[in-house]
Design a protein around this ligand. Sequence first.
Ligand code: ADP
Ligand code: MG
Length: 225
Amino acid sequence: MAVSLVITRITVEVGVSKMITVVANLKGGSGKSTVSFNLAIWLAEQGFEVQALDLDPQLTLHDVARIRKEEGHEPELNVIAQETPDFNTSIKLEMVIDVGAANQAGMREAIRNADRVIIPVPPSQPDVWATQRFLKTVREAREGVSKELEIYVFVNRADTHHAVRESDDTAAALAQLPGIKLLPQRLYQRTIYRRSMSEGLAVFELWRGSKGAEEFETFARALYQ
Ligand SMILES: Nc1ncnc2c1ncn2[C@@H]1O[C@H](COP(=O)(O)OP(=O)(O)O)[C@@H](O)[C@H]1O
Ligand SMILES: [Mg+2]
């Protein structure tokens, strides 16, 4: 009995949690693909067996995984591009799903099956409004589902300059939204997010120890404590 308890604990520690994480929002350009990609690579580095799904017809996640493979970077990221998510084959793996408004049906199906939804929100009023509307979509998609859903919202592309107030204002507005957890960890507007993706690398692989790398590590750790 004692032995099996120990084994269970070890299993959890190496990260066999098999969660379905959906990174979504209604607006394009909010950072869904950037966050999905970096998170999937981070999870793989932590020892999770990761399956990424790209449900967005833009296929950004699919494309960056292809570049990563062509460049020979390890670990390889396995991305399945689908219109409708198929959970039967991959449910044993840690899943990260990138989906946007261009695939409403796929988005609803992904959210319906998710354990958690992560919503990146750029610092602007229209993005706060879009997030409010998106939360309605999330609630509708979960109708009749008894499994609990965690909804994490955070400010992405936050202003690095302290005098700019929009990031704080956005965080304050998001904090008022019911049923969500506002992550205090922000990802800032940094060139490294664009540059690393174009090379098929995560921010923490391109330049370890950089501000972008460290903030992403902190962010990912907050999500997968
Ligand atoms: N924190 C950030 N700092 C700088 N650029 C970012 C950041 N997050 C995303 N971007 C850039 O913004 C653009 C849109 O991001 P993307 O992840 O493709 O958004 P989405 O998938 O929501 O449409 C990309 O060029 C990406 O490199
Ligand atoms: Mg995208």
